[in-house]
Ligand binder design. Structure first.
Ligand code: NAP
Ligand code: ZN
Ligand code: ZN
Length: 348
């Protein structure tokens, strides 16, 4: 099937128009005409080969929403014309213990990413900065009709949304808990909305004093500018749970030291350098350091349904396809409010 989109050819090429072939849809496949695709910081890490695993040409994009234009003969969940979404994975083994437990993000064989990944057939797959995508029905989500007027702002839920929702649910964040969110970017602003919606006392940590007012509007009960040592000291040993959503290496010990007894610091950020924690910060208060990767299919659909019910979407800036390289530079400068979403109607 013919596709067109934007691809990087090397770590320094930037993104440029690119035509390519996708597999023809099989019996279990859904063809989605893409309306919008979010720009995740993981796209930038991979396009610029910051994780050392880049395969080119690379068509990034794993926050995909659009409409079904064709279905295979075995597809029952969707019909032509339905709204549909695709996130960070397009395949997993579906038979290992983790897949059978609806934890496809932790598939023992390794899930197949939406782009910069080889399918189990060995073919390089391409993501959502494109006009269409072909995906096995198991990895396609439904979008409630009530979200249609905000469809562009739904796109970031497919990665930024589920990546923050999943650990907050897993660690049972709710009323009576003091929860920290570190970094007000794409993930952080969704973590803030969910932690607030789940009823926790939510504190947002930011390096950007200019984001304070927005953080309060998005649901923070308190905002701490993390470069102010006295503001940071006030919160020592007081948090039940902290979700670190930062994209670059930073002092995580500072957040470890904010955990009360049995508190957990969970990193969803994926900086290219290892995380360093002092042993003394860890053993004090019997603290835990954890991580979390996106979420499974059932949980992701549940997150989308929760968002429809509670009217939660991302705060976005729409961007046209000719401005992608500028958008990347602005994300790296912490200058996006709070997720760029590509309007694929601008693809020529
Ligand atoms: P983003 O929009 O760029 O947000 C990152 C935020 O981190 C920035 O807005 C900034 O917030 C803060 N920050 C940036 N550089 C910093 C530094 N040097 N020191 C302290 N704070 C800094 O990125 P994103 O799309 O939310 O992604 C965040 C990270 O999560 C990325 O590494 C991405 O690859 C990773 N990720 C992981 C998963 C997963 O499954 N675990 C899924 C998606 C993404 P302030 O301005 O408020 O300080
Ligand atoms: Zn992502
Ligand atoms: Zn599996």
């Amino acid at each position: 099937m013919k596709s067109k989109g934007y691809a990087a050819q090397s770590p320094t090429s930037g993104l440029a128009p690119f035509s390519f072939e996708r597999r023809d849809p099989g019996p279990d496949d859904v063809v989605v005409e893409i309306a919008y695709c979010g720009i995740c910081h993981s796209d930038i890490h991979q396009v610029r080969d910051e994780w050392g695993n880049a395969m080119y040409p690379m068509v990034p994009g794993h926050e995909i929403v659009g409409r079904v234009t064709a279905i295979g003969s075995a597809v029952e969940k969707f019909k032509v014309g339905d709204l549909a979404a695709v996130g960070v994975m397009v395949d997993s083994c579906r038979v290992c213990n983790n897949c059978k437990a609806n934890e496809e993000a932790y598939c023992e064989k390794g899930f197949v990413g939406t782009y910069n990944a080889l399918g189990y057939d060995g073919v390089l797959v391409h993501g959502g900065y494109a006009n269409n995508i072909v995906v096995h029905q198991h990895y396609v989500f439904s979008i409630a009709a009530s979200l249609e007027p905000k469809l562009a702002a739904v796109a970031p839920l497919l990665c930024a949304g589920i990546t923050t929702y999943s650990p907050l649910v897993h660690w049972k964040v709710g009323p009576g808990m003091k929860v920290g969110i570190v970094g007000l970017g794409g993930l952080g602003h969704m973590g803030l909305k969910f932690a607030h919606s789940f009823g926790a006392h939510t504190v947002l940590f930011t390096t950007s004093p200019g984001k304070e007012a927005d953080a309060l509007r998005l649901g923070a009960d308190e905002v701490v500018v993390s470069t102010d040592p006295s503001a940071m000291a006030k919160h020592k040993s007081s948090f039940d749970f902290i979700l670190d959503c930062v994209s670059a290496p930073h002092d995580m010990d500072a957040y470890m030291n904010m955990l009360r007894i049995d508190g957990t610091l969970c990193s969803v950020g994926l900086p290219e350098k290892p995380i360093a924690i002092a042993a003394f910060s860890l053993v004090t208060n019997r603290r835990r350091l954890a991580g979390s990767s996106i979420g499974g299919m059932v949980e992701t659909q549940g997150m989308l349904d929760y968002c429809a019910k509670h009217d939660i979407v991302s705060d976005i800036e729409l961007v046209s396809t000719d401005k992608l390289n500028e958008a990347y530079d602005r994300v790296v400068k912490n200058d996006v409010k709070y997720r760029f979403v590509i309007d694929l109607k601008t693809l020529v």
